[in-house]
Design a protein around this ligand. Structure first.
Ligand code: NAD
Ligand code: DAU
Length: 348
C-alpha cells in the first residue's frame, strides 16, 4: 500500500487535509506525524481515527534521529508538510521556537527524503506555506507567485526561510518538490488564539474582543475545507518545482469582519442587535503589523481548476455554528496551560 506522510495533521488545517485524504483515498495509507503541541488536538480527528488506512504517529520534526528512523522504517511516496508554529503573536514572543520548528524541522524532513529515497521517481515533497512570505501590500495590488519575498515577522521570516530551503533542495539535489502559499484560513478546529475563533469564543462568554490598532488591516479569508481541496489538487496535479498561490478573493478589513461576526453572533445567541458590537475593544497594535494581504490565485484556478466553493457569509455562519455546538472542544483547548498565555496577552 502506498504511504503518504502528512505532518501537523491534528492541527487546524492538517486535520481537514488528513480527513479528506483518508476518506478520498482508501487505498493509500495516510500517516499523520504530529508533536501534539498546544495547537495539535487528537479530538480533531476522532471521526476517522479507526479508519483502516489511517495511522497516527506522535513525534517531533525537530528530532533529527527520530525523523531518520521514521524514514528508514517507512517508504513514503510523498510528504505533505504542514507542521509548524503558526501564530504571528507567539513568534513575536518566542522567535527561536519558530526557527527550530519551521526551519530546522523542515530541513530534517528534506534531508530524510533526500537520504532515504533511493530514486526520486514518483516521489514528492509538498511544503504548505503562507502568503505572509511576500510581506505587506499597500492599498493596491495582489501577491502573485512572482512577488519577491519580503517577510516582516519572525513567523513569516521562518516560513520564507523554509520555502527557500525547499527550492534549494530541488535546485541542488533534484528533490521533487512543490509549494503553495495560502491566505488566512478560518473554520472548525482552529485554535482560539486566531482572530475569528478568539472573537467567537469571547463573544460567547460576553468578553471583550481585542481589535489591534484601528482594525484597518486587511486579510483575504478562505474556508479551511477549500484550502484542503486545493492541497489535494496541488499534491496530485501540481507541476514539479512549481509554486501555487491560494486565496479566497475575499478581502476584509478586520473591523468590518468583526462587525459582520457580531451580527451573526447576536442572531445565533438570540441577543439584542448591537450587543456583540458593544464588546469591540481597540487595543495596542501588533508590533510590525502587516497592513494588507491579498492573493492572486489565477494560476491554480487556470492550471488545476480550483475555486473556493463557499461565500464568506456561508463559511462564517458554518464556523460560528461549529464553535457554538462544540462546547467541550472549546473548553478543553482554552483551559489549562493555554489560559496562562491567554492572560499574559491581555485578551480577557
Ligand atoms: P496549527 O498551529 O493549527 O497546527 C500546527 C500543527 O503542527 C499542530 O498540530 C502541532 O502540534 C504541529 N506541530 C508543531 N510543531 C511540531 C513539531 N515540532 N513536530 C511535529 N508537529 C508539530 O497550524 P495551521 O493553522 O493548521 O497551519 C498549518 C500549516 O499551514 C502551517 O505550516 C502554516 O504555516 C500554514 N498556513 C496556515 C494558514 C492559516 O491561516 N492558518 C495559512 C497559510 C498557511
Ligand atoms: O495569511 C496567512 C496567515 O494567516 C497564516 O500564515 C498564519 O499561520 C495565520 O495565523 C494567519 O496570520 P494572521 O496574523 O493574519 O492571523 P490572526 O488571526 O492572528 O490575525 C488576523 C488579523 O487580525 C491580523 O491583522 C491581526 C488581527 N488581530 C488578531 C488577533 C489575534 C486582532 O486585531 N486581534 C486579535 O486578537
Amino acid at each position: 500500500m502506498k504511504k503518504i506522510l502528512i505532518t501537523g495533521g491534528v492541527g487546524f488545517i492538517g486535520s481537514h487535509v488528513v480527513r479528506l485524504f483518508v476518506n478520498k483515498y482508501p487505498d493509500v495509507q495516510i500517516m499523520n506525524l504530529d508533536a501534539l503541541t498546544y495547537a495539535g488536538n487528537l479530538e480533531n480527528l476522532r471521526d476517522i481515527e479507526n479508519a483502516a488506512n489511517y495511522t497516527f504517529i506522535k513525534g517531533d520534526i525537530t528530532d533529527q534521529d527520530f525523523i531518520e528512523r521514521l524514514f528508514a522504517t517507512h517508504d513514503f511516496s510523498g510528504v505533505i508538510h504542514l507542521a509548524a508554529e503558526s501564530h504571528v503573536d507567539r513568534s513575536i514572543e518566542d522567535p527561536l521556537l519558530f526557527i527550530r520548528t519551521n526551519i530546522i524541522g523542515t530541513m530534517n524532513l528534506l534531508n530524510a527524503c533526500r537520504n532515504s529515497w533511493k530514486s526520486f521517481e514518483g516521489k514528492r515533497f509538498y511544503h504548505i506555506s503562507t502568503d505572509e512570505v511576500y510581506g505587506s501590500l499597500g492599498d493596491e495590488g495582489l501577491f502573485t507567485e512572482a512577488t519577491p519575498y519580503d517577510p516582516k515577522s519572525p513567523y513569516s521570516a521562518s516560513k520564507a526561510s523554509s520555502d527557500h530551503l525547499v527550492r534549494a533542495y530541488r535546485n541542488t539535489y533534484k528533490l521533487p518538490v512543490v509549494i503553495s502559499n495560502c491566505s488566512n484560513n478560518y473554520g472548525p478546529n482552529q485554535f482560539p488564539e486566531k482572530l475569528i475563533p478568539l472573537s467567537i469564543n469571547n463573544l460567547k462568554h460576553s468578553k471583550q474582543i481585542p481589535v489591534y490598532g484601528k482594525g484597518e488591516n486587511i486579510r483575504d479569508w478562505l474556508y479551511v475545507e477549500d484550502h484542503a481541496d486545493a492541497i489535494d489538487r496541488v499534491y496530485h496535479q501540481g507541476a514539479d518545482g512549481e509554486t501555487y498561490n491560494i486565496g479566497g478573493n475575499n478581502e476584509w478589513k478586520n473591523i468590518d469582519l468583526i462587525r459582520l461576526l457580531c451580527k451573526i453572533m447576536d442572531k445565533k445567541l438570540d441577543r439584542k442587535p448591537g450587543t456583540s458590537a458593544g464588546l469591540i475593544t481597540f487595543v495596542k497594535d501588533r508590533a510590525g503589523h502587516d497592513l494588507r494581504y491579498a492573493i492572486d490565485s489565477s494560476k491554480i484556478s487556470r492550471e488545476l481548476g480550483w475555486q473556493p466553493s463557499l461565500t464568506f457569509e456561508e463559511g462564517l455562519e458554518k464556523t460560528v455554528d461549529w464553535y457554538l455546538e462544540n462546547n467541550k472542544w472549546l473548553h478543553n483547548v482554552t483551559s489549562g496551560a493555554y489560559v496562562e498565555y491567554y492572560r499574559k496577552m491581555y485578551k480577557e
